[in-house]
Design a protein around this ligand. Structure first.
Ligand SMILES: Cc1cc2nc3c(=O)[nH]c(=O)nc-3n(C[C@H](O)[C@H](O)[C@H](O)COP(=O)(O)OP(=O)(O)OC[C@H]3O[C@@H](n4cnc5c(N)ncnc54)[C@H](O)[C@@H]3O)c2cc1C
Length: 460
């Protein structure tokens, strides 16, 4: 009897998942292995671990409905998958191609280890584009997103998502099943809840992701305003907030694109719907760029020892409210708007002069939506270590005034700012109330023209 092992990683969904595409073996075991090294080194923080566990529980429910099941183990992924394949005398291990260098290396290692046992089959999925739809061979991927987009043409066509399987092959007799309780894996994660100030609750799993997509498109209809609101900082709907589900593969980009197409069929294509699709394409671009970059995406994985000011940045104690508020939000919710991510990253790298990899590693730990390609790709882009080689610095003080003109965002996360008048004062508390607020760790030269006169408590 032929036996398949489906090795799940960032593809925790039934629909539009190439891993279930037939013909499948007569029996099939589905396994997810939480890398023990991530746990031991803190590379996965408690917020993401909780979201991951919810996603695994939801997936198990869907697999059981279809006559299959899920096995979740904590260990060294290659060793766990290989020993299962050996024990079951599997014919094939199926796994999705991942953008990460470590993930790709894990597949190569499992292929070598299982050479005499079974085949290891890698399948593409999750992205808008399949490799054959790329406008250039991967080795010739354009150095900038704009060039990539131009090469795709004005209206690239993306394939439709595939439906979820109705039934799946039975579980191998006597094979282990089930998952450990989260409190046994990490009690801190099991006890973690986001604070109320974020105003949004992320729940892992395919149907929760689908519900958020429907809500954003059809219930709140907020997608119609995406173009104008996408740089927002406060509220549940200024952007889609689909990133955690996309990152864990609870949703595929093609599913989001197809749902957006249905919305456009009823409401008409708009700047907003086109822009949201463009963001999905950015995600694709980072994915393909990471695959091309391999290990160099990380700029060398050995991180320098963090200087003291790095901990201040992590804890939201730089003295710059726009940075500190975002770092509180990240710690409290596991999520941040794109605008906030860009600013905290820029301040760390360009104004505090720290190694960008420290920031990327901190985000890797904290973000609910951590995605190897998008995270390291965006950090590299800001630091000037990306494909373009040009750094992107943000004038954080002007950004704060522009995107948070009343100081509502900073006061939400730092309530002691509420006593200052709404407006610029809240972004420069060390200027208007120096007795209560310390001078920031770094006040760059080009902020000087924008600084309020000292003690100007009435403020702007
Ligand atoms: C320093 C830094 C680190 C980042 N790390 C991650 C990460 O680990 N995981 C992650 O998913 N995104 C990351 N991003 C990209 C972006 O900030 C988030 O995707 C976005 O804020 C998620 O919110 P949303 O789902 O509401 O996005 P929307 O604005 O609604 O966009 C829809 C989707 O498009 C994709 N997308 C949007 N912007 C980007 C972008 N700049 N790069 C890649 N994909 C994008 C995401 O999948 C997102 O869910 C990072 C950005 C920066 C500046």
């Amino acid at each position: 009897m032929s036996t398949d092992i489906v090795w799940l990683r960032q593809d925790l969904r039934l629909a539009d998942n190439p891993l279930w595409r037939g013909p499948l073996g007569r029996q099939m075991l589905c396994v997810y292995v939480l890398d023990e090294h991530w746990l031991a080194t803190g590379r996965i923080g408690r917020a993401r671990l909780g979201f991951l566990w919810q996603s695994l529980i939801a997936l198990r429910g869907e697999l059981l409905k279809r006559g299959s099941d899920l096995l979740v183990r904590v260990g060294e992924p290659v060793a766990v998958v290989a020993s299962l394949a050996e024990a079951l005398q599997a014919d094939r291990v199926r796994v999705r191609v991942d953008a990460g260098w470590e993930e790709a290396r894990a597949v190569s290692r499992s292929r070598r280890r299982l050479e005499a046992v079974c085949a290891v089959e890698e399948l593409e999925g999750g992205m808008l584009l399949a490799p054959e739809l790329l406008p250039t061979p991967l080795e010739a991927l354009p150095a900038s997103f704009s060039a990539f987009r131009r090469r795709l043409g004005p209206a690239p066509a993306f394939a439709d998502p595939e439906p979820a399987p109705v039934t799946l092959p039975p579980w191998p007799e006597a094979a282990p099943r089930g998952l450990p309780a989260l409190r046994e894996v990490c009690s801190r994660s099991a006890g973690w809840r986001p604070g109320p100030r974020g105003g949004f609750r992320f729940a892992g799993g395919e149907s929760a992701g689908r519900a958020r997509l429907d809500d954003y498109l059809w219930n709140s209809g907020a997608v119609a305003r995406y173009r104008e609101t996408r740089d927002g900082l406060v509220g549940p709907d200024f952007s889609s907030r689909l990133s955690p589900w996309l990152a864990q593969g609870c949703l595929s980009a093609r599913q989001v694109n197809a749902a957006l197409g249905e919305w456009e069929a009823e409401h008409g294509e708009s700047e907003s719907s086109r822009w949201l699709r463009l963001e999905l394409l950015w995600r694709d671009y980072f994915h393909w760029a990471a695959r091309q970059a391999g290990r160099t995406l990380f700029g060398g994985r050995e991180l320098p020892s963090p200087p003291a000011a790095f901990s201040a940045w992590c804890r939201g104690e730089t003295g710059v409210p726009f940075v500190d508020a975002a770092m509180y939000e990240l710690a409290d919710t596991g999520w941040l708007s794109n605008r906030a991510r860009q600013n905290v990253a820029s301040y760390l790298v360009h104004d505090l002069g720290m190694d960008w990899r420290l920031g990327a590693a901190w985000f890797e730990r904290c973000l609910l939506d951590y995605d190897v390609a998008s995270n390291w790709g965006n950090w590299g882009y800001i630091a000037g270590r990306g494909r373009q080689g040009r750094a992107h610095r943000f004038h954080v003080l002007r950004q704060a005034d522009h995107y948070d003109p009343e100081g509502a965002y900073v006061a939400r996360w730092q309530p002691d700012l509420e006593r200052l008048p709404a407006g610029t004062s809240r972004h420069q508390p060390w200027r208007v109330a120096p007795e209560a607020f310390p001078v920031p760790l770094a006040v760059p030269e080009d902020w000087h023209d924008d600084l309020l006169p000292p003690g100007d408590g009435a403020g702007r």
